[in-house]
Unconditional design. Structure first.
Length: 651
């Protein structure tokens, strides 16, 4: 989470339902600071940035997507708390115009906060494609708030949106449209208003009492528990009002309010929008193949096979000249610094760190992240999630666990954070364990740099397939140990979009900069430290400590130190391997099965320090220790099994 300290600046909050384009608009204004993806549920924490427009500085906040102010997961809870507890000057409610009728339900709810608000009709191109024409003047008059039409991906309407936001912030005594519920419901709200007015003003000074009354009828625990903290209970008069309303309508009060809001949203939509015959495009037929119960899986398998082999082919083509340059520079240093052995050792270590990082970033990590961003922005990633939903249920997880799983292929940290969208602590724990077993981009560099480079792209893909098998077994075992009924998954399929080159490279930079700013310096420092450790024979002590592990796995003794560095950053396991074995051609020191075994172990064993930190924050210290022990056991079991099967096949 990126945020600015508390300040006196104007605060503008972007809020809307998942996948409405909030992060895209935020990035357009604030610079690329938030991972915007064509995938619902990807934003799980808020991002805040100082922004200057036309000489006016304000704080812009990108809040996680929510469907309602009643929070059903931790990400939505964070949005609600920020909106209601912080002093927000202007709300920009961003909606997907192509599903306006559904989106207006949140809009109606936000209007009850009495915070100045603008409605941003985003994705207008998609609405037009579906034949939806929206009269913004009628909609503005009905809601009583300004309306701006935008296409966030193209930057259309963004300047007008923030011009109106800044203008709105200067106005006083802002009133919204007449958006009342039915007579009986309004009477009940008014009665509760009268009872709680003083207490609500003290508890929620930034919002209207009316919203508190509605939330009491909706049985929202966030409001009920703060207005009537245990052991207090609701006022008997309020209970009487609720019982009377339920008796008159024949359903619980929370369902009554939901029905009223839905009816009101549909009425507003019908008043302000006209639906014509939608245009049919080729991409509308694509899902007939990509999400087919048979051909969808065939296409996914072919797509992943081609993708990984393309990354490998590009990486192997680039890596060879880089490795040759490393050999040339080291030979040059050897000739010119032979009279100063300690200096030679340290300089050689730093050079190996600098060029070793280059040999990973350019050949493998960069094309992988570019490809991942393209898959996300096109909209294919949630299709993969849909296809994998059945698989997730078979291992006893809620289908939504696919989302942190998919994010895990980029980085384990956001994947762990994304488990907040899951409904139970049990699901969050199992999903966290599964997420740290998924090969992130750092582990990907090891897979591609060792197995891909020395054994081929198909062997590298096999590790990913094997990883899915292992994850299914681990998930199934944990689900059996922690049984629970698993509800179905509802995942909104976003429209296919043409990816923006600017966004693709901005997103890739946002993801790769952690390697450049954190891992690469660690690699250079680690290389120097390892050089000094070799000079003073400290590496022998480390290798001796880890010898039981490397001996059982039939790995060279010197690989012990690389496993230690791998806990800092996974890439270091491979990058330090070249230095520890004193060669840039690993195949001259390790056999194919040793390369394969080493890679398997590093893919599964202890997650990196940053992942451990976020695990402790999200699931607690005890569960983190348990999860870490699971990774060590799985890493040993998988690596030993691979070695055993190889020996059997080659007897």
């Amino acid at each position: 989470m990126a945020h600015s300290p508390e300040s006196q600046h104007l605060r503008i909050a972007l809020i809307g339902q998942p996948n409405c384009g909030k992060s895209t608009i935020f990035n357009h204004v604030a610079g690329y600071r938030s991972i915007a993806t064509n995938f619902p549920g990807a934003t799980v924490t808020f991002t805040e940035s100082h922004v200057n427009i036309k000489g006016k500085t304000f704080d812009l906040v990108d809040l996680p997507g929510i469907y309602s102010l009643i929070a059903f997961d931790q990400a939505a809870e964070e949005s609600k708390k920020y909106l209601l507890d912080k002093k927000v000057d202007v709300i920009i409610n961003i909606v997907d115009s192509s599903i306006l009728s559904r989106s207006l339900e949140l809009t109606i709810e936000l209007l009850e906060t009495d915070i100045p608000m603008i409605l941003c009709l985003n994705m207008m191109d998609e609405a037009q494609r579906k034949g939806i024409s929206i009269d913004e003047d009628i909609l503005s008059q009905t809601l009583g708030i300004p309306i701006v039409k935008t296409i966030g991906q193209k930057g259309t309407g963004i300047e007008e949106l923030f011009d109106k936001a800044l203008t709105l912030s200067k106005k006083k005594n802002i009133t919204t449209g007449d958006l009342n519920f039915s007579k009986h419901v309004e009477q009940s709200i008014e009665k509760i208003n009268h009872i709680i007015s003083e207490k609500a003003l003290q508890t929620f000074p930034n919002i209207k009492t009316r919203l508190c009354s509605i939330k009491i009828l909706e049985k929202d625990p966030y409001f009920v528990n703060r207005l009537f903290p245990p052991p207090d209970s609701k006022n008997p008069e309020i209970l009487q009002i609720e019982n009377k309303l339920e008796s008159d309508h024949g359903q619980p009060t929370d369902q009554i309010i939901s029905s009223e809001r839905h009816s009101l949203a549909m009425h507003i939509f019908e008043k302000a929008a006209v639906i014509k015959r939608p245009k049919t495009y080729f991409k509308d037929k694509v899902d007939d193949v990509l999400m087919h119960p048979f051909w969808g899986y065939v296409f996914m398998g072919v797509f992943l096979y081609v993708f990984f082999n393309l990354v490998f082919s590009f990486g192997s083509y680039i890596e060879k000249p880089i490795i040759s340059s490393i050999d040339y520079i080291l030979a040059y240093l050897q000739n010119n610094l032979s009279g100063h052995p300690l200096i030679l050792q340290m300089v050689s270590g730093s050079v190996q760190g600098i060029l070793g990082g280059t040999a990973i970033v350019l050949p493998f990590l960069l094309p992988f992240l570019i490809g991942l961003s393209i898959i996300e922005d096109i909209g294919y990633l949630p299709r993969i999630a849909y296809l994998m939903d059945t698989f997730m249920h078979k291992i006893g997880l809620h289908g939504t666990a696919v989302i942190p799983g998919m994010l895990g292929y980029g980085c384990s940290v956001p994947a762990i954070m994304a488990t907040r969208i899951l409904p139970s602590s049990r699901d969050r724990f199992i999903a966290s364990v599964v997420s740290i077993l998924i090969p992130c981009s750092a582990r990907m560099t090891i897979i591609m740099g060792l197995v891909g480079f020395y054994l081929g792209g198909t062997a590298a893909l096999f590790i990913y397939v094997l990883n899915i098998v292992v994850i299914s077994l681990v998930g199934t075992i944990l689900s059996k140990l922690l049984p629970e009924d698993i509800p179905g998954m509802i995942l909104e399929m976003p429209a296919y979009q043409m990816p923006s080159i600017k966004v693709i490279f901005a997103k890739t930079w946002l993801r790769i900069k952690d390697f450049i700013y954190i891992a690469w310096p660690l690699l250079i420092i680690g290389s120097i430290v390892l050089s000094l450790a070799e000079w003073y024979n400290i590496d022998q002590i480390i290798n001796l400590i880890f010898r039981p592990v490397t001996f059982v796995l039939d790995l060279p003794k010197a690989t012990g130190t690389t496993l230690v560095f791998g806990i800092l950053r996974k890439e270091l396991s491979m990058l330090m391997l070249f230095q520890a074995l004193d060669t840039t051609d690993i195949s001259t020191v390790m056999s194919n099965i040793q390369i394969f075994t080493f890679t398997l172990f590093t893919v599964f064993y202890i997650p990196c320090v940053s992942t451990l930190g976020i695990l402790i924050k999200e699931i607690g210290t005890k569960k983190t220790i348990f999860a870490t022990l699971i990774t060590i056991f799985v890493a040993m079991a998988v690596a030993l099994s691979a070695r055993f099967i190889y020996l059997i096949l080659h007897i």
